[in-house]
Design a protein around this ligand. Structure first.
Ligand code: SF4
Length: 371
């Protein structure tokens, strides 16, 4: 079946999901579910739905794709990393001098309930690039840029034609060393990759001109299946390099054994663990999924203790307004040690600092580096 047709069969309404999962909800709960879906769209591919164990009320896959009442909790913010401040043209962010980040679409194959771009995915194209010529000119004029991340939404939800155009124009720019795609398609909708020969040919062709990296997003070992392996394998056969970013999520993967299995599974399929991210304090996400920093450090340390070099090659980081901050661990006096891995402002580059963190604290204040 054509993947576009399969995508059109995603479950998008409360009625469909209630029936498919045989959920026992009161009238009031059904009404709330409808209101949440109206505010933050739901779209669940039938493949991803099949990974849910319907008999497990705490199934992690279900938590990743089915709305929860927590999404009505408006504490937190919709722009936790200062994306508005880093936007230089509609659809282009330039936070770190070496990297351009292109918002290519607001669509995704699945709307993850923990998404940090909840403000836009599945909802509006206001922040999505509208004038690619202007973006290309900006990148050409910024020779300090070594790479562009084509993000979204999900970059692989763009049409083949659009993806080809991005690759064609970007691969002509000499100072770009590599191009990245940010996509959760290998995890939630792998058929889009392995069934589309034209798409694979486009990637194959441009990867010979400029190295392409795929940054994907596996969160749980149950997402590693024969289907996802098939998609990854097709990309690897064409020489693309695939790295993974996991978000540490309460009730999903906040367990050292789960993380161990995930990292081993990724390495076994040829995907290099890249980052484990602290979940951001996004409205509707924060109180459902954030793990306090001290508890998170213990989970990460326990997992790393049982892993060899490659599966523990990831950095545990926080994408803060000031940059990407590595969370190195808990010190003897109970303080946490941090290090700037990538900084928006050069004065913070590689800066190491220690901090007293209370037991429930899960983030650093936005203005932490302003004084
Ligand atoms: S695929 Fe990525 S951008 Fe889309 S909803 Fe999931 S986390 Fe957000």
């Amino acid at each position: 079946m054509d993947w576009r047709k399969e995508l059109s069969m995603n479950l998008t309404t409360a009625e469909e999901i209630i029936e498919a999962l045989n959920l026992k909800l009161s009238e009031d709960e059904i009404e709330k579910l409808k209101q949440i879906i109206e505010r933050y769209p739901m779209s669940v591919p039938r493949y991803y739905l099949s990974l849910i164990n319907k008999d497990d009320p705490d199934d992690p896959i279900k938590k990743l794709c089915i709305p929860s009442i927590y999404e009505t909790d408006m504490s937190g913010s919709f722009d936790t990393s200062g994306e508005a401040d880093n936007t230089v043209l509609v659809g282009l962010q330039h936070k770190y001098k070496e990297t351009g980040m292109l918002l290519s679409t607001s669509s995704c194959a699945m709307y993850c309930r923990h998404c940090f771009r909840k403000r836009l995915v599945g909802q509006n194209d206001d922040e999505v690039n509208k004038n690619f010529d202007n973006i290309i000119s900006y990148i050409k004029n910024h020779e300090e840029m070594t790479n562009v991340l084509i993000s979204g939404g999900d970059a692989f939800l763009n049409s083949n034609k659009k993806i080809e155009n991005y690759l064609k124009e970007l691969s002509k720019i000499d100072h770009l060393v590599y191009i990245r795609f940010g996509t959760r398609v290998p995890v939630v909708f792998p058929v889009r990759i392995y069934s589309d020969a034209e798409f694979l040919d486009i990637l194959d062709h441009y990867n010979k001109i400029k190295q392409i990296y795929i940054v994907t997003h596996f969160n749980h070992p149950n997402e590693i299946t024969e289907e996802s392996k098939k998609a990854v394998s097709e990309l690897r056969k064409r020489g693309l390099v695939i790295r993974n970013q996991t978000v540490l999520l309460k009730g999903v993967n906040d367990d050292s054994k789960i993380l161990e299995l995930l990292m081993k599974g990724l390495v076994g399929m040829g995907v290099v663990p890249y980052y484990v991210f602290q979940c951001r304090p996004v409205s509707g996400v924060k109180n459902q999924f954030q793990v306090p920093l001290k508890r998170a450090c213990k989970i990460i340390d326990e997992a790393k203790c049982n892993l060899s070099g490659m599966p523990k090659s990831f950095k545990y980081c926080m994408s803060h307004r000031s940059g990407k901050i590595e969370i190195l661990g808990i010190m003897n006096e109970g303080k946490i040690l941090f290090k700037h891995h990538q900084s928006k402002h050069p004065e913070n580059s590689s800066r190491i600092f220690e901090l007293e963190v209370d037991d429930n604290q899960a983030w650093l204040p936005d203005d932490f580096f302003d004084h």
